[in-house]
Design a protein around this ligand. Structure first.
Ligand code: KE4
Length: 423
């Protein structure tokens, strides 16, 4: 595969930006290759600067549920641009998007728009701390909620002690406010609440973990989180930046019928533009400035172009034809093809799939938690990644990410992908 121009661009970029990228995972570090520079994308395909084309299952890490450059979204965005890119003042569109979100996710009684999932989770936690007057939070090892200091924290060896930052530059004092539990391990959560009575402001969780690869909540786990947070007066925050509008219009909370106190959204809700949202119970959100004392602000929050992209995307998802059944069916086909490959090659492979989200873990263990995910052979994953890329299939350049199926993936795309898996 010719990658001459990508390599030229990479050299230039390396001199200008850390690792030549604006987000670490894009550097292809964990798959031992130089990154491809993308020229354009359309529908289910992405095209690099050397003219190579790929069936894309990264979908920009989730936003691309309708496929790239959906004509109706692009048309709405272009039209909006002629009315001005940003005003720093309220617009009708923000209320329209907020209302659409509440129609789809009724637990989000009141919302605030920001520019990234990181801002959404950081602000939701600040609102929960302001509402409860407490400082500590619980997150889960292997769950990712963006790069705000308090959330860039991984537990120590026992996973139950005070955490240590896993990013340098995060003061230990910040980490001490973040307690880390184990996903699908009720005792690890119980222990933190018992040892930190009345100190925990919030528990934040990806209801379906998708940042250690896709790991599903075990039967009753989310119900348990709902009960224990209720019992201890802690705010339950569902980080649905990936699952929101991905598992259906109502996201994971509709899928599992659990009502969190707060929810964060990103990716799909902005239709690929910089847009994310936090919100939830009115009595919590009414603590947010300017009506409350929890300060949070943003120059481009609720930006008229980003809201336009989000509104049109959600409208298309609501108007149908219903794509959710089709993208789930295609994800199931791919999951079965991965399992068939593993059987044929006699390799350990564990596939987790829900809706249009899936991950193939290169391990012979069941992957029901972080330890299971970490048992994966990342070298084997890197080999698989190159095999797919060299055959025109663009999957996540990391074992610990999700594969996304979009409404733009055709039967021919799925068949071609299965064919490559059969090579
Ligand atoms: P952003 O700040 O990247 O918009 O969102 C942070 C975030 C919050 N919550 C969840 C559940 C997320 O998955 C993310 C971001 N996801 C990663 C992919 N796993 C974004 C890709 C990247 O970091 O470049």
């Amino acid at each position: 595969m010719n990658t001459t121009r990508s390599e030229e661009m990479y050299k230039i970029a390396l001199d200008l930006m850390p690792g030549g990228v604006n987000s670490p995972v894009r550097a292809f570090g964990s798959v031992g290759r130089k990154p491809l520079f993308i020229d354009h994308a359309k529908g289910s395909h992405i095209y690099d600067v050397d003219g190579n084309s790929f069936i894309d299952y990264v979908c920009s890490w989730g936003p691309g549920i309708l496929g790239h450059a959906h004509p109706e979204v692009v048309e709405a965005v272009v039209k909006a641009c002629f009315d001005g890119l940003t005003f720093g003042a309220p617009t009708r569109k923000e209320s329209e998007l907020a209302s659409l979100v509440r129609d789809c996710i009724p637990s989000m009684e009141m919302v605030r728009m920001v520019n990234s999932g990181t801002e959404a989770t950081m602000s939701a936690i600040r609102a929960a701390r302001g509402y409860t007057g407490r400082d500590k939070i619980i997150k889960f090892k292997g769950c990712y909620h963006g790069h705000s200091d308090g959330l860039l924290v991984q537990a120590g060896s026992a996973a139950l002690t005070q955490s240590v930052p896993d990013s340098s530059g995060v003061p230990a004092s910040f980490a001490q406010q973040t307690l880390v539990a184990l996903f699908n391990d009720k005792d690890s959560v119980r222990e933190l609440f018992d040892n930190n009575k009345d100190q925990i402001a919030a528990l934040i969780v990806e209801p379906v973990a998708a940042n250690m690869g896709v790991v599903l909540p075990e039967e009753g786990f989310l119900e348990f989180l709902r009960e224990i947070t209720q019992e201890h007066g802690a705010v339950l925050i569902f980080d649905e930046v990936i699952t929101g509008f991905r598992l259906g219009l109502g996201g994971a909370q509709e899928w599992y019928k659990i009502k969190p106190d707060m929810t964060t959204l990103g990716k799909i809700v902005g239709g690929g533009m910089p847009m994310a949202i936090y919100g939830g119970r009115r009595d919590i959100m009414e603590n947010v400035a300017p009506i409350g004392k929890v300060y949070q602000a943003g120059t481009l929050s609720g930006n008229p172009i980003a809201t336009t992209a989000g509104i049109r995307t959600i409208q298309l998802l609501m108007e149908g034809p219903d794509i959710y059944a089709r993208i789930e069916a295609n994800a199931v086909k791919l999951a079965d093809a991965f399992r068939a490959r593993a059987k044929r090659l006699g390799i350990g492979l564990h596939v987790n799939q829900i809706g249009s989200l899936l991950s193939a873990f290169f391990t012979d263990q069941q992957v029901k938690d972080y330890a299971g995910a970490l048992s994966s052979d990342t070298e084997a994953y890197a080999g698989y990644f190159s095999h797919m890329l060299e055959n025109g299939i663009y999957v996540a350049p990391s074992q610990f990410e999700a594969m996304f199926v979009s409404g733009a993936h055709t039967d021919a795309d799925i068949d071609r992908t299965i064919q490559v898996l059969e090579l």
